[in-house]
Each structure stands twice: as structure tokens, then as C-alpha cells.
Write a protein that binds this ligand. Sequence first.
Ligand SMILES: [Zn+2]
Length: 491
Amino acid sequence: MQKKSSFLLLIWMLFLYPVTVHAKEKAVSPYNATKSWYNKLISTAKPDIAKLRFFFTLMPKGGDIHQHFTGSLYAENYLDWINKEGYWISKKDFTVITPKDADKLQDTVSVKNLRSNKAMYSDFFTHWSDKDYANHNHDALAPDVQFFNTFSYFSKIFNGNQKYYAEGIQLLKNRAKNENVQYLETMFVSPGYQKADPQFDSLVRKGEINIDNKAFRDTFDGFISSVSKDTLFYSKVNQYRDLVDLCTKGVDDENFTLRFQSYVSRNTTPSQFFSGLYAAFYEADNNARVVGVNIVSPENDAIALADYKLHMQMFRYLKEKYPQIKTSMHAGELTTGMVLPEELKYHISDAVSVAGANRIGHGVDIVYETNALRTLSSMKAHHIPVEINLTSNDFILGVKDEAHPVRLYTDFGVPIVISSDDPGVSRGSLTEEYVLLASRYRYSYDEIKQFVSNSINYSFMTQNEKEQSLKLLQKKFDEFEHKILSIMDKR
Ligand SMILES: [Zn+2]
């Protein structure tokens, strides 16, 4: 393991080292030209956002490894599919109406008519995305509710229309390649298996929540054993496997790789959560395209908060069973005022030290956590990166600029990766995340390159795939730096 990491480090050192060009051709190396132009862009009192956008559009960005499938598609994409199916949009609440919704067919509008009605079309976007949220005075929902509500609109389109999953993946791939992203690790869908067991629910919520306690562990053992005998479990994971096969077929090419994370929603009963989590681990163990497991849904909801410690024990238990399975965990997507102060004290720490997370998603509440110093040291020592989602944190949590802890992480030597979270809902892109990062926090060009390489190094691809991907990244950076040098020459 150590040897492999050293090899990756060596590749990366070669990559960072400036490529010198023959003295006759150019006095300045492409690397130095790029670095000095970038430095100029970020060193003014007000960074030149337009030029930074130009710079980061061209710059290779490696991978986007914290990205949700449905939240990455734009509302316009969904409307195309609704139109193709001949479905309608409800004028009342902007939900999708299909011929099966016989009682709701009255007050609907076709996609064509929606698109031609300016006021209604604008209103549609305020429901299906965050568009125009900040520039309107109206009775707005709270930002986190607005954000997470959007997801309730999307799912109906996929019911019985699996081809749109595959089309959606193609859209995301093309969009990624267009902004020079070579790897996507998408939170795609969950296997959809859930076993409700009220007796299990009441048992595990009582007493000491810790698998070191024998009675508690026995309850877990008994439940997982019953799930593993359920025929529905296997039919669900088989359906999921077919869907993953359908959507990944022919997608990888020499310049692009796609992998999925499976996940479980945190706002369900303990038995539903645990059975769903088991299905996610099981499938990650049996499908090379599913490279990790995550935990999703609002972290500030009542169940998510009440069962947080229980969820961590469930992760810990399944990590013991499947030590080879990697986990990235949304943790600490909270801030002051959003929840009780006590709830800001332990989420990231528990995800790292109890659940054994390989990566942390968001990690915003680190500044409040009781064991923050220990957690930061542990993340540094064990190479556990934090996935930084600036746009999403700004919108949902209102945490931005100097209030965002990204610098705290990097100052403590914790590796970071830059990711987009839900660019369809936020109507952004990975490029825009880098623009925000550079303009707000003024990281150096070498640091930016390091963050890009982190997105490959800390991905859940195999070691061999990472090595191939890093070589491709190096080639792309060489081309990029040559391009910047030629632009400098022409100016
Ligand atoms: Zn997320």
C-alpha cells in the first residue's frame, strides 16, 4: 500500500515539476507562464472573475467525486423527457402529471405551452431548481427546504422509463467532457430495498447504542441474517445491477471514466435504513462499477439527528463485514442556528472515528465540534479528504467566504477535493466551483493542481485505474499549460 502511494506521489511530483521548453523556442516554460498568469488573476484586490472563468473552463479538473445524479441534471433536461413522454406539468404545484393521474388532468399544462408562457416558465424553475432565488422578493421557502424539495419533482420521470437514466448519464458525461472533467463518481440511485421491522426499531433505539455491547450486536446480527434470507432483497439488487449495467454500457472511453456510489437515505426508520445500507454495501461488493457507499438526505431532519449515532454504528458494523468497501459520508452539513448547538458537536468526528469514513462530504460544522483538533489530525494522518461544495454550502447553509472552513482544513494538512454536489439544482458547474475557490481563498496554482490530482487519488477507482487516470491528467495539464502560453504570446 505504501509502495503504491509512493508511486502515485512520484508521478505527481513529475507532474508538478515545471516542464522546461527549449530555450530557443520560449524563454518561459508553459508551467511558469500559466502560474504567473493565474497569480496575476488572483492577486488584485478584486479578482478578475471573467478571466478566472476563462482560465478554469480550459483547465483540466480531474474528477467530480461528490455529485448526485438527479441533482446534476438541469430542469430543461427533465422537461425534454416529460415532453417526449407526452406528460404534463401541474399548474398548481409544478409536479409531473402522467395519464395515470386521472384526477389531476384538469389543471395541467403541456411542456410546449409551459415554455411559451414566460411567467409560468420562470415560476417552474423556481420550483425545480434554485434559479432566481436570490433576486426575487416573494414568499420564499427556507433555502434548505427549497433545495431538497426540488428532488421530489424528478423521480416520477424515471418510473417505467429506465432509458432516461441512461440518457441522463450520457448528458452528464458530455457535460463533464465539455468542461474538461475526465472522471465522475456519481451518487446514482440506491438499490431500493427496505425491510421495515418495528420490533428491531424499538430495540436498537433503546439502551447502549454500540456494537461492542453483545446484546446490541446480536440484534444487528439477527436482523442482517433475516435480510440475507429475503428473496426480495436479491430481486432488488439484481434489478439495480441491471440498471447500472444499462447506464454504464459503452460510457467509459480513453478520456472518460464513470463510476457510481450507492447510498441510503438517513430519514427512514432504523430497519429501513439498515436494510438499505446492507443492500448498498452488498452491491458495492458485487459490482465493479459501484465503487462506494454514501449516506444522503438532509442531515438536520428530525430522524437524521435522533438516529445519527445509530447510523454510525450501522456503518461500523457493515465496514467490519466488508472492510474493502469504501465509504464517503455526508457529515457536518450543518451550521449554527440550523440545529441545537449540541448537534454541532460530533457528526464529522463520529463519521471518521466510529463509522470509518474514507471521505467526508461537506464537513462544514468542524468549527464547532468538540474533538475538532483530533478529527483534523486523524483526517490528515489517515488521508481522509473532505469534499468541498462551495455553492451548495452557500445556498443551503449560508456559509461562504471567510466563514467557510476550507482554509482550516488545508491549514491543518487535511486533503481536500473540489466537487459540485448538485449542479443541476444550483445551476452551476465544477468550473464555477474552482472560480469560487480561487477568487475567495486565493490558493496558489500548485495548490489548485494538487486539489485536481486529489480528485483522482482519493477517488474509489482501483489503483491501476488511478495510475492511468493520473497519466491522462498530466497529459491534459501539459496541453493546457501550452495553450495558456500561446494565449500569452498572442496578447
Ligand atoms: Zn451531496
